[in-house]
Write a protein that binds this ligand. Structure first.
Ligand code: AMP
Length: 287
């Protein structure tokens, strides 16, 4: 496995490998099984797997957890190697945003609801860094996790709008045995917060069960999640919303097309997100 800190060296390494497909998995490091599942999935899509580890300051708001974001470079490189990654790109902030960097990419509508409401600059930061990484790596395929459902929708839109010649692949959420969606941020939870954090996946599972029994009312499905999440005092709800799974538009009437039930809860300075996609049979009436 090769490790690159600078763009020209990474490009030189990839140049002779472009005849096969280059598959890219961008991350912010402190890698867990969720990231590694993406890396293993990458292997199914092409001959060369590239991952990046970069904690992108541009996607953190001024009062967010950039300084507390966990890091473990040595462990990460070992995990990448064990996951058969061919090259890791490890740029510094100066490499990604040298003095004089002025361009920001923002994807309108899709960046506004859900996480965009409490994190107004977040998706512009994500799109800018991902656009740069796509240009640097020149990948044929990029793999993203469905845990960050809105991010995946925003990236798909950006790829379409900016004519990136690449395929975006979504990978299902990888969870801890007790249901908590794996996240680098989970390490920052106190034991009490960690115990309470399972309320996100439990709430979503309860709503999913109701959906499978025939419940189609968006507000009712949201209230099932709210009930479970509010039953523990540790977390403060940021949002619990059922939206169209493709364009993230609000659902006012009964669910009649594929929808995503998304949740964000703050545990002190740690904000966790989770979601579940509700798909057919959509026309069944309420049980
Ligand atoms: P991050 O390092 O948190 O920016 O995540 C890098 C990539 O891994 C993103 O595409 C995430 O959606 C994905 N990812 C993070 N956690 C999970 C998880 N629990 N399951 C699936 N994908 C994940």
């Amino acid at each position: 496995m090769q490790v690159f800190e600078r763009v020209p060296e990474l490009r030189a390494f990839l140049s002779p490998l472009r005849a096969g497909r280059v598959v890219f998995v961008p991350t912010m490091g402190f890698l867990h099984e969720g990231h590694l599942a993406l890396m293993r999935r990458a292997r199914d899509h092409g001959a060369t797997v590239v991952s990046s580890i970069f904690v992108n300051p541009a996607q953190f708001g001024p009062n967010e957890d950039l300084s507390r974001y966990p890091r473990d470079l040595e462990g990460d490189l070992r995990k990448c190697k064990d996951s058969a990654v061919d090259a890791v790109f490890l740029p510094s902030v100066e490499v990604m945003y040298p003095a004089g960097h002025h361009t920001t990419i923002s994807v309108g509508e899709l960046s506004v609801p859900l996480c965009g409401r409490s994190r107004p600059i977040h998706f512009a930061g994500v799109c800018t860094v991902v656009a740069k990484l796509f240009n640097i790596v020149g990948c044929d395929v990029a793999i993203f996790g469905e845990k960050d459902f809105q991010q995946l929708a925003v990236i798909r839109q950006m790829v379409k709008d900016l004519d990136y010649p690449l395929e975006v692949v979504g990978h299902p959420i990888v969870r801890e045995p007790d249901g908590l969606a794996m996240s680098s941020r989970n390490v920052n939870l106190t034991p009490r917060q960690r115990a309470a954090s399972t309320s996100l996946s439990r709430g979503l599972a309860a709503a999913r069960e109701a959906f499978e029994r025939g419940e189609r009312e968006p507000r009712l499905l949201e209230s099932i999640v709210r009930h479970v999440v509010s039953s523990q005092p540790e977390g403060e709800v940021d949002y619990i919303e059922l939206r169209d799974a493709t364009d993230l538009s609000a659902l006012d009437g009964p669910v009649s097309r594929s929808a995503v039930l998304a949740v964000a809860v703050r545990f002190g300075g740690t904000r966790l997100i989770d979601n579940t996609v509700l798909v057919g049979p959509l026309s069944r009436s309420r049980a």
